[in-house]
Design a protein around this ligand. Structure first.
Ligand code: CUA
Length: 471
């Protein structure tokens, strides 16, 4: 058998005659020398034109395939870019399954292709045209195939069962070092509770939509729901496990290094399911302790008559970007962890008078009914806690970056950001009653009757200044 150099400079086995060429084609596939394929496309059964067309398609598709591949590997919700042991064990199971089924597919498809092409009758007087001798099974082949199938399944089952066992709960030897949090799904946001962190007179510490965890430590997450089924998924760390009514579920995860991770509700839960996101931020031990200590403090107070810390910033110009407009800047997307650290700092150019006006509006517009701001007027328990909302990198359950313009957009046009949200349509309080939100709804038709709460641009400026002061 001669050897021939392909267009990619790889040596491919070659020879003359159809079966030789076919053999070299299958050989190439089976030895994973994919690139030889393009050099092997000189099969005489293909016309010159066909050959050219196929080569063009192959070359055109390649960057798409490989470009896409790298995007899967590095995207913010990529399960290939694992950042902790749980996600890693899940990826390992994927690879085992992929290899076993991939090799099985390659062998079966190759044999089938070989048999189809070699024994195909091309003319009626072809020796293969007649129906061949019919056998009645071959016990050796059949038993071998059963044996090989069982072996393939065992190859998949052993690591799968090991991973299920490992994923179920924090391993015994790591339990002592594990940290525990409760995660509750609500339409459409996540509440994160720290049962070991008590606030005097206010119970457990809880935050919304950004789960801060200690890096390098196993974290056990108890999963609950307040309404329908949601699912908790942090692709780079672990997932996904459903949050089911009247059933306590849990998972564990660990971020090996400090970092910023995307999370997403992964179970259809109503009209804003697709925009029910969250973030997991892993901090090293000292930073985590400092964060917990700060979160337990009451909300920051800026007195109306306090002298400004510097020059007061000129008000931003708000322009509503409209429904479905992107909620992130490129800089934030590139370096969200850096943005998170920056978000913890008090903003330059604060206006104490504007902040005080916002705090007043926060009561007047009924925000206090649902939201709590510990130490201030807010005491509501049905909506996200806003005690330190200014220090979060995202708002509206991870849909918008927490900039002034985005917060303005969220509080002045909530239904365009998250359709059906309770801030807009109100909260059913049982017995057919409803605590109205921005609009009044007719219970019979489900249609809006009139505007109940309105926020004009000046009011929104003041509310944004107040909420961003809550670091
Ligand atoms: Cu919650 Cu989907």
């Amino acid at each position: 058998m001669q050897s021939r150099t392909s267009v990619y400079g790889l040596k491919c086995p070659s020879g003359s005659g159809r079966s030789h060429r076919l053999f070299s084609f299958l050989f190439t596939c089976l030895t994973r020398r994919f690139f030889c394929l393009f050099g092997q496309m000189t099969l005489p059964s293909l016309s010159h034109l066909k050959h050219r067309a196929l080569s063009c398609v192959a070359v055109a598709v390649m960057p798409l395939f490989f470009g896409g591949w790298f995007q899967w590997l590095t995207g913010p919700q990529s399960t290939f870019d694992t950042q902790g042991p749980v996600a890693k064990s899940q990826l390992d199971v994927f690879y085992v399954t992929l290899w076993v089924t991939g090799i099985t597919f390659a062998i079966v498809a190759s044999i089938m292709a070989y048999a189809t092409l070699k024994f195909k009758a091309r003319k009626t007087d072809d020796p293969h045209a007649a129906v061949p001798h019919q056998g009645h099974g071959n016990p050796l082949i059949e038993l071998s195939l059963i044996g090989l199938s069982v072996l393939a399944l065992v190859f998949i089952a052993v690591p799968t069962l090991k991973a299920i066992w490992y994923n179920y709960d924090v391993p015994a030897e790591l339990k002592e070092n594990a940290y525990e949090v409760n995660a509750t799904g609500l339409q459409w946001w996540f509440k994160f509770e720290y049962p070991k962190e008590q606030i005097d007179g206010a119970g457990n510490l809880f935050v919304a939509n950004e789960l801060i965890i200690p890096a390098g430590r196993p974290v056990r997450v108890n999963l609950r729901t307040n309404d329908v089924i949601h699912s908790f998924w942090v692709p780079k760390l672990a997932g996904k496990v459903d949050m089911i009514p009247n059933r306590g579920n849990h998972l564990w995860l660990q971020a090996d290094q400090p970092g910023y991770f995307w999370g997403q509700c992964a179970e259809y839960c109503g009209e804003s399911h697709a925009v029910m996101r969250f973030r997991v931020i892993a901090l090293d031990a000292p930073a985590f302790a400092a964060w917990i200590a700060h979160q337990k403090t009451s909300a920051r107070v800026v007195a109306a008559d306090a002298p400004p810390a510097g020059e007061i910033a000129a008000p931003y110009v708000f322009k509503n970007p409209g429904r479905n407009a992107p909620g992130y800047s490129e800089d934030f997307d590139k370096a969200p962890f850096v943005a998170w650290h920056k978000q913890q700092e008090i903003e330059a150019g604060e206006s104490p008078a504007l902040i005080a006006q916002g705090r007043h509006l926060f009561q007047q517009k009924n925000c206090v009914t649902c939201h709590s701001v510990r130490g201030h007027e807010g005491a509501g328990a049905t909506a996200p806690d806003l005690t330190h909302v200014g220090a979060r990198t995202t708002i509206a359950a991870g849909v918008l970056e927490n900039t002034k313009e985005n917060l303005h957009r969220w509080i002045s046009h909530p239904n365009e950001v998250k359709p059906g949200n309770k801030m807009y349509v109100g909260v059913p309080t049982g017995g057919g009653n409803i605590m109205t939100g921005y609009i009044n709804i007719d219970h019979e038709t489900g249609k809006a009757i009139d505007a109940h709460i309105t926020v004009n641009d000046d009011e929104a400026h003041a509310l944004v200044a107040y909420l961003h002061s809550l670091k």
